[in-house]
Design a binder for this molecule. Structure first.
Ligand code: XMP
Ligand code: MG
Length: 185
């Protein structure tokens, strides 16, 4: 696919690169303050959180450690299967550690509530969540999200780590898909 094809598939830019970067710096400043003097492990949820992890980690002044988990709740399309599978677990023993889970997006909240429950069973000192985006349905699941970038409308979004069938993750902004892309899926 070339750049022109990508442009055709994009309906509109929802959050610009500048807006994203400014928000990440804001969240990082809060995290620096909240965890000052503490030992923090940030856990990125693959693959969607790679961009927000990379930007957040570099915006933090705290000397954090980074680890990754891969879970799968979605298939190739846009609908949640409701089933969470661990594809890659942490390399780190989190017992007694302060853990901050970094996610790209909270939609139903099923993935994160499952993940937080799973992590808490390992006896960490604390588990908090930082998510770049949150959709309206997330309010239906009782999940405490400490750091949120943007509340967005209930549309399927791509870019900044988020994919549609593994495409568009490398866009530096958040966009919505043109309807014809759904039609082809
Ligand atoms: P739940 O519903 O469990 O889903 O909160 C969270 C996961 O679903 C994926 N997701 C999306 N991925 N565009 C995407 O590219 C979207 O609009 C979207 N909504 C949910 C995502 O993988 C997230 O981790
Ligand atoms: Mg994801």
């Amino acid at each position: 696919m070339d750049a022109a094809d990508m442009d055709k598939d994009l309906a509109r830019v929802l959050i610009s690169e500048d807006e994203l970067q400014a928000k990440i710096k804001e969240l990082a400043a809060r995290i620096d303050e909240d965890y000052a003097g503490q030992d923090l492990l940030i856990v990125g949820v693959l693959k969607g959180a790679v961009m927000v992890m990379a930007d957040l980690a570099r915006a933090l002044h705290l000397p954090v450690q980074m680890d990754w988990m891969a879970v799968s709740s979605y298939g190739a399309g846009t609908k949640s299967s409701g089933v969470v599978r661990v594809l890659k677990d942490l390399d780190t023993d989190i017992a007694g550690r302060h853990v901050l889970v970094v996610e790209d997006i909270i939609d139903s909240g099923l993935t994160l509530s499952w993940l937080v429950h799973n992590l808490k069973s390992r006896n960490p000192a604390s588990v908090e969540i930082c998510a770049a985006l949150r959709k309206p349905d997330a309010v239906k699941v009782p999940i405490d999200v400490k750091y949120i970038g943007f509340d967005i409308p209930n549309e399927f979004v791509i870019g900044y780590g988020l994919d549609y069938s593994e495409r568009y993750r490398n866009l530096p902004f958040i966009g919505t898909l043109a309807p014809h892309v759904y039609g082809e899926a």
